[in-house]
Design a protein around this ligand. Structure first.
Ligand SMILES: *Cc1c(COP(=O)(O)O)cnc(C)c1O
Length: 394
C-alpha cells in the first residue's frame, strides 16, 4: 500500500498555509509496535475509521501496516472501500451497515463484513447469491455495551443461520467479536461481565459448528490494561495515534505512546488595545488593562470546539495562553498580556507536549469532552502535513 492522499510535502517548496495538522507517521509506526508489544500473542487490527481519527486514513493505514498491523478496521463500508481503492490488499473489517449498503462491493473487495442481526445476514447472503464470491462474515455479539451487536437472546438464531449459509458455501464466518462499554475505567464491573458473556457466545458459536479465525474484543484501553481480553487480535484506535483513551488509563508516555498530531496556526494579526476592550462576539472577554492581542486564524469550522471559548490553551512565544472570549467560525484571539508576537509566529494548539505545548487531552478538559473528539473533529480546511513517511528509518 503506497498511495498517499492529502498534503505530504514539508519542504521549503510547500506553499505556506494558515494552519496545519502535522502528522508524524514515525509516531504512528512506533505506537503500533508498542501496542503489539502489549499483546504479543495477538494480531493487531488498527482502527482507521473517520479518516484515521482525523489524522488521514490512508497514510496512517500505510504506517500501521508497515509496523505490523495485519488487519485494518473502519466503521463504514465506504471507508473500507476507499482503503482498497488506495491500494491496500490486507485483511480488513467494517461494521456499520444499514439496509441497502454496498454488500456486493465490499464482499467483492475481500472486506470482512460485520453482521449484528438477521436482516444484515440476509443482505450479505443475497449479495453473494446475485453473483458474488463467498462472503467473509464476522458476527458481532452485544455483550453489554447496548449499542451495535446481536442481543444474546438472538445469538443462537443468528449463529445457526450463519452456519447454515456457511454449509451451503455462501459465506465463511471468519470472526466473532464484541466491544467494551467501560474498558477505559479499569476495574469497572461491566468489564468482567462482558468478558463472561463473550466467552459464552464464542462457545455457543463453536458448538453450532463455527470455527472463526479470530475472536476479538479489545479496544485501546483493553489492549493497554486488560491482557485477558486480547484473544486472537486486539483492535485499538485512539492509541494508534498516541492519544490515551482516558486520564484513568494514564498518560501516553506511560505506555510508550506518542501523540502523532500537532495542530498549529500562524498568527494573523497582532495589536495593542486599551484596557476595557471587548474581545470577540458577545464581548465575553474584556481586557483587564492595556494589552496585546494576537489573532489565531482557526475556529469552530476547523474543529476548534466553541465550548473551549475562554478556556482553550495555546502555546505562543513559549508561553501558554488562553482563548480570550468566544471561538468564532474561523478565528479566535489570545491575550498576550505584557508580551508581544510577530504576525506569522506559530501558535501551537496541541501536540505531543514535549515542546511545552498543550496536548489534545488539555483541550478535551477545556472543552468538557474527550481527546478522541478533539483530534477527530479537525476539519478538512486544515491541511494534513505528513512527516517521517515511508523511507524514514525508525
Ligand atoms: C472505535 C472503535 C474501536 C477503537 O476504539 P478505541 O477506543 O479508539 O481504541 C474498536 N472497536 C469498535 C467497534 C469501535 O467502534
Amino acid at each position: 500500500m503506497t498511495a498517499y492522499s492529502g498534503a505530504s510535502a514539508t519542504g521549503s517548496s510547500a506553499p505556506p498555509t494558515r494552519a496545519r495538522a502535522v502528522v508524524d507517521l514515525a509516531a504512528v509506526r512506533a505506537n503500533v509496535r508498542a501496542l503489539r508489544d502489549r499483546a504479543p500473542r495477538s494480531e493487531l487490527m488498527a482502527v482507521v475509521k473517520s479518516d484515521g481519527y482525523g489524522h488521514g486514513a490512508v497514510p496512517c493505514a500505510c504506517a500501521a501496516r508497515e509496523a505490523g498491523a495485519s488487519w485494518l478496521a473502519t466503521a463504514t463500508p465506504q471507508e473500507a472501500l476507499a482503503l482498497r481503492a488506495a491500494g491496500d490488499t490486507g485483511r480488513m473489517l467494517c461494521w456499520l451497515w444499514t439496509p441497502g449498503g454496498p454488500w456486493g462491493e465490499a464482499i467483492a473487495a475481500d472486506i470482512d463484513v460485520s453482521v449484528s442481526g438477521m436482516w444484515a445476514l440476509r443482505e450479505a447472503v443475497e449479495a453473494v447469491r446475485t453473483g458474488g464470491r463467498p462472503a467473509r462474515v464476522q458476527l458481532k455479539i452485544d455483550t453489554g455495551l447496548g449499542r451495535n451487536g446481536c442481543a444474546p437472546d438472538d445469538w443462537l438464531e443468528l449463529v445457526g443461520a450463519a452456519r447454515a449459509a456457511e454449509a451451503e458455501g455462501v459465506l465463511a464466518v471468519t470472526g466473532v467479536w464484541s466491544h467494551f462499554a467501560c474498558a477505559d475505567e479499569p476495574g469497572h464491573p461491566s468489564i468482567a461481565a462482558q468478558l463472561a458473556v463473550f466467552r459464552d457466545a464464542v462457545a455457543a458459536a463453536e458448538r453450532a459448528g463455527l470455527a472463526p479465525e479470530v475472536r476479538h474484543m479489545a479496544n485501546s484501553p483493553a489492549t493497554l490494561t486488560l491482557p485477558e481480553s486480547h484473544f486472537d487480535l486486539v483492535r485499538p484506535g485512539i492509541a494508534v495515534y498516541g492519544v490515551s483513551p482516558s486520564p484513568e488509563i494514564g498518560q501516553p508516555a506511560d505506555f510508550g505512546l506518542r501523540p502523532a498530531m500537532t495542530l498549529a496556526a500562524d498568527i494573523a494579526q497582532v495589536k495593542r488595545v486599551p484596557a476595557g476592550h471587548g474581545v470577540s462576539y458577545g464581548h465575553h472577554y474584556v481586557t483587564p488593562g492595556e494589552t496585546t492581542l494576537a489573532l489565531v486564524p482557526v475556529g469552530y469550522a476547523d474543529g476548534i470546539p466553541r465550548h473551549a471559548s475562554g478556556s482553550g490553551p495555546v502555546l505562543v512565544g513559549g508561553k501558554w495562553r488562553t482563548v480570550a472570549g468566544r471561538v468564532a467560525m474561523d478565528q479566535f484571539v489570545v491575550d498576550l498580556g505584557g508580551d508581544t508576537a510577530e504576525v506569522g509566529d506559530e501558535a501551537v494548539l496541541f501536540g505531543p507536549g514535549d515542546r511545552g505545548e498543550p496536548t489534545a487531552e488539555d483541550w478535551a478538559r477545556a472543552a468538557g469532552t474527550i481527546a478522541y473528539e478533539i483530534v477527530t473533529r479537525i476539519g478538512q480546511r486544515v491541511p494534513r502535513v505528513y512527516v517521517n513517511g515511508p523511507g524514514h528509518s525508525d
